[in-house]
Design a protein around this ligand. Structure first.
Ligand SMILES: Cc1ncc(COP(=O)(O)O)c(C=O)c1O
Length: 442
């Protein structure tokens, strides 16, 4: 079983394939990036992003479409690279729709899911002519129909179904129980009839996304088999073949100790077998099969880099205190709803070849709360003030998932290393930025 330190080393070797004396992600010395943009920053590795999409597409095989869940990382440059390598887009807000379109994803390759889509959001989706608005309730079907009529336009509809059967073996369920996501399977017939009642709505098919961080391949395959069955049920209600089955995804990323890689190749082989059974069914003739993936496509290609500002020993424990923490990377500090707080793989990037200190280091961010902690026992080469620490698996739910205004520190930069060069995607903030958009009264 891989330790967190093994994972950090393996990921560091992928970021810096040449592995010289200085850590050089994508061939760019880290000191050069720091000189250009300061710290802290998010770094994304272009080639690693492309490699991941290629692997997923190869594993799933011909005829399966991969859609990028923009929520995982709405950087337009990241989205562009994924789009260029053939990914469509799954969006959950107008802002994400803007990112997807700006990144060059064609409207016919975009689906829009998410509870609480406002009238304005539905209108934008209709105007953009995206492939499917994945509606989450019977009421939303009516609202979408009204907007489409008002626009004098038609619009594709996917029915987000909350299946009766639960997907077991995941770490966060978003279906199979009661909740705000999707419609009960028991309402499928009524939902199909409702869509068909409106001439401006085009029934595309179904969408089922019920869980994230899934590692159990057999459970996920069984879940996909069930999705095929729900799709056939929907086609029966419609009396015609479906155009889309969106299988969600939820492939897991092994952030924490004792987690192993999701077995993509075994899942792909199992899914191809399933497809061979269901694809020939006339009710799925010409149907698009879509997987929408967020973290699995981008997490490992991102690194959060922060500088050690203070090192101190307290009751025998070494503390490294860094210039960025939960304000920039909420998930890596365990503050995104995690019940048990566990550390991501970290590395002292200033001492890439050095063995870790005998005793684990506590790494804390700059915010004035004990919650701002990357971990209390991290295997790290003895840190010194000025060292750079890297937090791996930071490409997903990092920058955009954090409360960056908390404590009013400057925003981190976002940098892409791509074809041997650093590209600034978003400049680092300055202290004065805290006043942006504010108005004093005196
Ligand atoms: C509808 C939907 N699709 C896709 C995703 C992406 O999930 P993940 O990043 O785990 O792949 C989410 C995450 O919340 C989601 O709600």
């Amino acid at each position: 079983m891989l330790t967190q330190q093994d994972k950090a080393r393996a990921l560091a070797a992928r970021f810096d394939a040449d592995g010289g004396v200085e850590f050089s992600p994508g061939g760019v010395p880290i000191s050069r990036i720091v000189e250009l943009y300061g710290t802290p920053f998010y770094l994304y590795h272009g080639e690693m992003l492309l490699e991941r999409v290629r692997r997923v597409r190869e594993a799933l095989g011909e005829g399966i479409e991969v859609s990028y869940s923009v929520k995982a990382n709405p950087s337009v440059a990241v989205c562009q690279l994924l789009s260029q390598s053939g990914a469509g887009g799954e969006v959950a807000s107008s802002g994400e729709l803007v990112v997807a379109r700006t990144a060059g994803i064609a409207p016919e390759d975009i689906v829009f899911a998410g509870p609480a889509k406002t009238e304005d959001e539905l209108r934008r989706a209709v105007r953009e002519g995206i492939f499917a608005v994945n509606v989450e309730s019977l009421g939303e079907i009516e609202r979408l129909a009204a907007v489409a009529e008002d626009e004098g336009s038609s619009v594709g509809v996917g029915l987000r179904i909350n299946p009766a059967a639960q997907l077991m073996g995941s770490q966060m369920r978003m279906g199979g129980t009661v909740g705000q996501f999707g419609m009960d399977q028991a309402d499928l017939g009524e939902a199909v009839r409702k869509v068909l009642d409106y001439p401006q709505l085009i029934l595309r098919g179904i969408h089922i996304y019920t869980a994230t961080q899934v590692f159990d391949v057999d459970a996920l395959l069984e879940h996909c088999r069930n999705i095929f069955e729900v799709a056939l049920e929907a086609a029966d209600h419609a009396g015609r073949p479906l155009e889309m089955v969106d299988f969600g995804g939820g492939f897991g990323v092994p952030y924490f100790e004792k987690m192993e890689e999701f077995d993509l190749e075994r899942f792909g082989a199992g899914f191809r077998d399933l497809q061979a059974v269901y694809r020939p069914d006339a009710r799925l003739e010409g149907c698009r099969f879509i997987f929408e993936l967020g973290r699995y496509l981008v997490a490992d290609a991102g690194l959060y880099v922060t500088r050690v500002v203070d090192v101190k020993r307290m009751r025998g424990k070494t503390f490294a205190v860094t210039d960025g923490g939960m304000n920039h990377h909420l998930t890596a500090t365990g503050n995104m709803g995690q019940v048990f707080r566990k550390a991501y793989p970290l590395m002292n990037l200033s001492r890439p070849g050095a063995e870790p200190a005998e005793e684990g280091t506590a790494v804390a961010g700059p915010c004035c709360t004990p919650l701002d902690m990357f971990g209390t026992n991290i295997p790290l080469a003895e840190p010194e003030v000025g060292d750079l620490l890297g937090v791996f698996y930071s490409g997903a739910y990092g920058f955009s998932a954090s409360n960056r205004g908390f404590l009013s520190h400057p925003e981190p930069a976002e940098v892409l290393v791509w074809q041997g060069e650093p590209h600034l995607l978003r400049p680092p903030g300055k202290p004065e930025d805290v006043l942006n958009g504010q108005k004093a009264v005196l």
